[in-house]
Design a binder for this molecule. Structure first.
Ligand code: ASP
Ligand code: MG
Length: 416
C-alpha cells in the first residue's frame, strides 16, 4: 500500500468548514487505498495573531517562549482535524512534533530537523488510521518546543515524506500550482507542469512566494518530488522534481517580480583584501539581508560596491553605511529607493544562448531603464524603477512566450 503525505496550509484550514473539506480530501485518499499522513498549519492568520499577542506583552520575548507560543497554533488544527475525521467515521489520530520524536537542533525560531522516529506513525497507519501531524514545530533533545521558521509546515511535509519514504508528497494550497508568473499581475500566466528544485529555489527567492526555500532544499537533498496542487479541485498541479535533460529544452520556465527594493552604492571603497568582508560583516551583524552584490573596480585602488536590500531595512542600512563611511576617508554612500527586480529563471539557460539579449530588448522596447543586472547560471535579473515593475514583468513574460504551451526551444546552444 502506498504512503501519501498531504499538507494543508493555513488558508486551507481557516475555519470549521474548510477543516471538514480538507479532512474529506484525506479520507478520499484513504478510501482509494493509500496510507495517509496529513500535515497541517495553524488556522488562517493564527500564527500572525500569536506574534501580535506576544508583542503586546514584550518587544523582546525569549526565543524559547516565543516558539512555545507559536507552536500552539498547529496543535489546535491537528486536534480539530482528527475530530472532523472521527465525526465522518474515519479513525484518525493527531500528533504534535514531540509525540513523534521530531527532534531538531536548539536554534529556536529557525530550528533544523535532525531525525524523526517514524515507528509510531507507521504503527498507526498500519492500523488503518489517518495520522495528522502538526507542521512547523519540533522538539529539542531536552524536550523544548521549537519552530522551523515561518512557513515551516512545508519543511515538516518534506521531512515526513522523506522519513517515511512516501510515494507521494502533496502540498495543497488555494492556487492550482506554480505559475510562469504571478497571475494577479500577468493575466496570461500559465500553470507549469514541472519545475526543477533549483528553478523553484530561484523563483521563491525572487518573490514568487509559494514554497519555503528550506522545504525545497530539503526535498532536493532527499530527492522527494513535491506535488503543489489546489485543495479546491482535483486537477493536476505542478511537480517540483530533480532536473532532467528534457527540462533544458525549455529556455525559460518562469518570470518573477520582487518589489520594495532599495540600492545602496558605496563609492571610493579602498580596493584591498578584507574590505568586502568588513562591509558585509557589519551589515550582517545588523541583521540586514543583502540581495545581489556588485563590485566594480574604478581607479586609484578604489572600488564601487553596490547591493540591494528590502526597503524596510533602509533606515538600518543607512545607519550602518554612514558609520562605515566615517571610518574610511573619502568613502561615500548613495541610496536609490523604490526599485524592483524582474527576473527570468530556467535551467535551459545553461545550454541556450540569447536569453539576456531577449530580456534586455523587451525592456528597451518599452523605454525601461535597467539600473543593475545580475545573473546566476539559471537566472537573469534586472533592477528597474518600481513603477515599471508590473509592465516589465508582462513584457518579459511575453518575450519568452511563457503564456504559450512550451515547445522546443529555438535558441542556439551556448551560454546566455
Ligand atoms: N503557521 C506557520 C506560519 O504561519 C507555519 C506555516 O504556516 O507553514 O508561518
Ligand atoms: Mg500560516
Amino acid at each position: 500500500m502506498s504512503i501519501v503525505v498531504m499538507k494543508f496550509g493555513g488558508s486551507s484550514v481557516a475555519d470549521a468548514d474548510k477543516i471538514r473539506a480538507c479532512s474529506a480530501r484525506a479520507i478520499e485518499a484513504r478510501k482509494a487505498g493509500h496510507k495517509v499522513v496529513m500535515v497541517v498549519s495553524a488556522m488562517g492568520d493564527t500564527t500572525d495573531d500569536l506574534v501580535a499577542l506576544a508583542k503586546q506583552i514584550t518587544s523582546t520575548p525569549s526565543k524559547r517562549e516565543y516558539d512555545q507560543l507559536l507552536a500552539t497554533g498547529e496543535q489546535v488544527t491537528i486536534s480539530l482535524v482528527a475530530m472532523a475525521m472521527e465525526a465522518m467515521g474515519q479513525p484518525a489520530i493527531s500528533f504534535t512534533a514531540g509525540q513523534i520524536g521530531m527532534v531538531t537542533d536548539d536554534k529556536h525560531t529557525k530550528a533544523r530537523i535532525k531525525r524523526i522516529d517514524v515507528q509510531k506513525v507507521l504503527r498507526e497507519l498500519k492500523s488503518g488510521k489517518i495520522v495528522i501531524v502538526a507542521g512547523f514545530q519540533g522538539v529539542t533533545e531536552d524536550g523544548a518546543v521549537t519552530t522551523l521558521g515561518r512557513g515551516g509546515s512545508n519543511v515538516t511535509l518534506v521531512a515526513i515524506a522523506a522519513a517515511l519514504k512516501a510515494d507521494m508528497c502533496e502540498n495543497y494550497t488555494d492556487v492550482d500550482g506554480i505559475f510562469t508568473a504571478d497571475p494577479r499581475l500577468v493575466p496570461n500566466a500559465r500553470k507549469i507542469d514541472q519545475v526543477s528544485y533549483d528553478e523553484m529555489l530561484e523563483l521563491a527567492s525572487l518573490g514568487a512566494n509559494v514554497l519555503h526555500n528550506r522545504a525545497v532544499e530539503f526535498a532536493k537533498k532527499y530527492n522527494v518530488p513535491i506535488h503543489v496542487r489546489s485543495s479546491l479541485n482535483h486537477s493536476k498541479g505542478t511537480m517540483i522534481v530533480a532536473e532532467s535533460e528534457e527540462m533544458e529544452r525549455i529556455v525559460v520556465s518562469g518570470a518573477a517580480l520582487k518589489k520594495q527594493l532599495a540600492r545602496v552604492s558605496l563609492r571610493n571603497v579602498p580596493d584591498r583584501p578584507g574590505m568586502a568582508a568588513r562591509i558585509f560583516h557589519t551589515i550582517g551583524a545588523a541583521d540586514i539581508v543583502v540581495d545581489d552584490i556588485i563590485q566594480t573596480e574604478t581607479t586609484n585602488k578604489l572600488a564601487a560596491v553596490s547591493f540591494t536590500v528590502d526597503m524596510g531595512d533602509i533606515t538600518d542600512v543607512k545607519a550602518v553605511c554612514e558609520k562605515l563611511c566615517s571610518q574610511h576617508a573619502g568613502m561615500t554612500v548613495e541610496f536609490k529607493t523604490d526599485l524592483a527586480k524582474v527576473s527570468v529563471v530556467g535551467v535551459g539557460m545553461r545550454v541556450h544562448t540569447g536569453v539576456a539579449q531577449r530580456m534586455f530588448a523587451a525592456l528597451a522596447g518599452a523605454g525601461i531603464n535597467i539600473h543593475n543586472i545580475t545573473t546566476s547560471e539559471i537566472k537573469i535579473s534586472c533592477i528597474i524603477d518600481q513603477v515599471q515593475g508590473p509592465i516589465a514583468l508582462r513584457l518579459i513574460h511575453d518575450a519568452f512566450d511563457l503564456g504559450k504551451t512550451p515547445g522546443k526551444a529555438k535558441a542556439k546552444k551556448g551560454r546566455k
